[in-house]
Design a protein around this ligand. Structure first.
Ligand code: MN
Length: 321
């Protein structure tokens, strides 16, 4: 998905100053962002109080939306650089097209992983016909400086490793959990896992003390380290944990996101991640001129124009907390 926020302002992310070294329980409320005419997403990252969790730098939760009589998701071609996008569905399907020639339908609990490297463009749409309900999350992972100019490519992994315990089914999206490892390509120490809890579940997940973590709730009534986390909210957990207690009063769907704190400071603007204002200005110029980001074939509709850059120079904002 794209950041369709027309009021886009640059955000400075990353750096050790944002990381909480101890275990914490910090509930993040979503910001509601309009996508197009009718649909709305809940944005958890970047958040007023928190910009990143490991290399995870963007989290939108959407649905469940009844799109039986609607076109559903219609995100026209738009560019990315310096990041990976993760498409993750609980219901429905998304048709992905990109400038490397990919054409892939992504279904619930299949991984659609797009590595933009230096430049890519893509579109995302609900296929016709489509399932009645659409429910999912769109996430971005920042690429480290050593790999951010890599060749753009797309991976689709329909079969992902699972870890099970009484009342818990965990699907590995990226990285490793309890000995299981996702086949998705990663560039920093990171984990993403889908957690399905059955009503009455009372489990403990093993964690890496060097990672920082957060849990996004997508459905149901779950308690994360004793804190009730409603669907559409995310609990930031800090670092220094070796395990995480999870309980569910009803069937619940969660996402565990974690990773080594991202040390590099970066600048996010619209759908781009760079390291300087000049890089963002150049990306915007290239996209508006139709160069560098390639062409998405087959999407019915015009590409998205980039929002205007603010006239004031982008500057690091310093610590937020
Ligand atoms: Mn996108």
């Amino acid at each position: 998905m794209s950041n369709l926020d027309r009021e886009a302002v640059p955000a400075v992310c990353g750096g050790r100053g944002f990381v909480v070294a101890e275990p914490v329980r910090e509930l993040l409320s979503p910001r509601r962002v309009k996508l197009g005419e009718s649909s709305e997403v809940r944005r958890l990252l970047p958040n007023l109080g928190r910009r990143m969790v490991g290399a995870w730098c963007f989290v939108d939760h959407y649905g469940p939306d009844d799109i039986a009589e609607e076109p559903g998701m219609q995100v026209p071609p738009h560019p990315h650089m310096g990041l990976q996008t993760v498409s993750w569905l609980h219901q429905g399907e998304v048709l992905h097209r990109d400038s490397t020639g990919s054409l892939q339908t992504i279904r619930p609990r299949e991984l659609g992983l797009m590595t933009s490297g230096r430049a890519i463009s893509h579109s995302e749409e609900s296929p016709r016909p489509h399932a009645r309900f659409l429910h999912g999350a769109q996430l971005w992972v920042a690429l480290p400086d050593s790999h951010r100019h890599t060749e753009p490519h797309f991976e689709h992994h329909a079969e992902l490793p699972r870890v099970t315990a009484p009342g818990l089914k965990a699907t590995l999206i990226l990285g490793s959990l309890d000995g299981a490892t996702s086949p998705g390509t990663t560039y920093t120490p990171i984990v993403g896992a889908d957690l399905t809890l059955a009503a009455g579940a009372d489990v403990r997940l093993p964690l890496e003390p060097d990672f920082e973590y957060a849990v996004l709730s997508m459905s149901g009534e779950a308690h994360v380290d004793g804190v009730p986390v409603l669907p559409g909210s995310m609990l930031y957990l800090g670092c220094g944990r070796t395990e995480l207690p999870l309980r569910a009063a009803s069937d619940a769907g969660l996402m565990l996101l974690g990773g080594e704190p991202f040390e590099e400071e970066l600048i996010m603007f619209w759908n781009w991640i760079g390291r300087s204002q000049e890089e963002i200005v150049q990306a915007r110029r290239d996209w508006m001129e139709g160069s560098r980001f390639g062409e998405v074939k087959g999407y019915e509709g015009a590409p998205l124009p980039a929002p205007e850059l603010p006239t004031t120079p982008l500057k690091p904002r310093g610590r937020l907390r």
